[in-house]
Design a protein around this ligand. Sequence first.
Ligand code: PEP
Length: 243
Amino acid sequence: MPRKLAAGNWKMNGLRANVKELATLAQRHSDASVDILICVPTTLITTCQDTLFDIGGQDCHTAESGAHTGDISAQMLSDAGATYVITGHSERRADHGETDQIVAAKSAAAYAAGLTAVICVGETLDERGSGTTLDIIDGQLAGSIPGGATSDNTVIAYEPVWAIGTGKVPTLEQIAEVHAHIRAQLQARFSDGTDMRILYGGSVKGSNAADIFGVPHVDGALVGGASLKADDFSPIISALEKS
Ligand code: PEP
């Protein structure tokens, strides 16, 4: 069984004053039996370096360095203290036109810098409505995971676009179907696909976490809004520990 992972994505939220939330979390989960990752804005990575938890970035450039004003390389994230980076989040796919090819290149850059990539996939509401969810997921998995992926350097996050930040959550059957499908795809392509962690993401809260973590092949969660406050994230971590 892969070791479970509770991952927070602070998105474009968080000033230095908010880092105290991590100290509160650390008091409550100092002996956690699951991995805990917080993907903070790049500006906070160094500030968070002393936390008990793994710290991640939310994006990286495909190149190691160069003339790319405003961008951050995977090597820079690592140098600042990050050990993970999210790649291919649907907000970046939508806001910045990131294709599967770009996501794969970013993930490969993460591996080269020694980071673990949390590669996000997920269908839109229209795609779910038209019955093409599994085809969309297949295409994203095939296109976004680069060669060289292993269970050590890669985590997959299944995040239905329509569930992110909306309070809408797929049924447990829908989550089970997609996670089992992703597991089968990973096993077919990678020798250690059984051990690659598959997170569910999209409106996870303390109130629905236990049910979601009971679904086969859900190895944890990628949590946006409910990761910002220790009081909201802590019950999710506890539910994962009990699952
Ligand atoms: C996310 O941003 O990855 C996410 C899942 O957000 P939320 O938990 O707020 O839906």
